[in-house]
Design a protein around this ligand. Sequence first.
Ligand code: SF4
Length: 381
Amino acid sequence: MSSSDDIGEAPWAARAPRHSLTVSVLAAAAEHTDCTFSKLALAGRVNLEKLFGGTRYEPGTGADPMAIKRGRLFEEILKKDDYAELLNLLYEQDAALGALGADVRIARLRDLSVPAGRSGLEVRAEATRRELAKIARRDWDASTLLDGAVIRARIGGEVAYFEADGLAAASNGSLHVVEAKSFPLIDGRCDPVKLGAACAQAGLYAALVRAQLREDGLPSEAVSDTGFIVLPKNTRLGRPVLLRQNLSFHIRRAERLLSLAHLDEAVVQRIEGRSFPAAGTGAAERIEGLSHLMDQAGTHYRPECLEHCAAAKLCRERAYKAGRLAILGDQASREMSGVETFDRALDLAAGADPLDHERESARELVRARRLYRRALKGAGP
Ligand code: SF4
């Protein structure tokens, strides 16, 4: 049973296709906390991939099957002999972990049996909660590794279950998130964007666990700011290596996202009863419905959206048609802060009266225009 079966329905998402929430879905949403449309989709667990499917805005084909296969293989390597290799690496990090203890206990939460009438996620969430409490209380039988944890949290006022992709390693009452990824570390270096995304996921996991401990009256500081990203040492999935990371920035950002995911009444009122289209609606009608909802809720397109959001192709086209400077990316937007569109930038450069929040950018635009004209004159015959 998916998480979406366990929760009440947000009225704006009642007919839309829905999906389960995982830490990676939440991590992608964390990149767009400034976009109300994206928050509505998250709060209603709307499956945007399905809604855009079969339209000309259909997102890319998703994860590369080779990368998925590689990820699975790497996971198998890590799981071999009860995580022996990973545990050895963690022992080497004694300074961070304290004594892991000789008596290793692995909680395999995916293997729990599910009684009739209960959902697997529910059962795993309860078991995760018990295991976390034991770790925070430093019980003698606390687990050393949690595999397959599920955290219960409230998103948009509704209960949701998050499947953690990563592991949690515990020692001496403190818990560290361990995220395994299959992109390689070569000569001590790896893809910084992928590493950033892995840290963002680990930060979300940590934030969810902290929230769970707080809810249970246990010390949330039990979750350390120090997490570990496990990578293969080379492209042939050789020996795993552990990168120690300070996750405090990512945890803070995740905590902000979790608080923002509680939609306030003003947002719900702003969409005035509009809702996401049903899956069976024709392609043109679906896009029209989504565009109306975007108008009503508000979006905040940036080129980075193409990496994380299934609505990005439509948003890019809308931003392009509206002549929005945002399509140039964050740096250009920062340099022309307060100015929303190309037309407005041209007007200001030509000497139009700036509004207060445009004043600084207007000065730069006038100067740039002057320099440009001078350069053109200098280049003349
Ligand atoms: S692509 Fe559009 S809907 Fe998605 S986060 Fe960006 S602005 Fe929001």
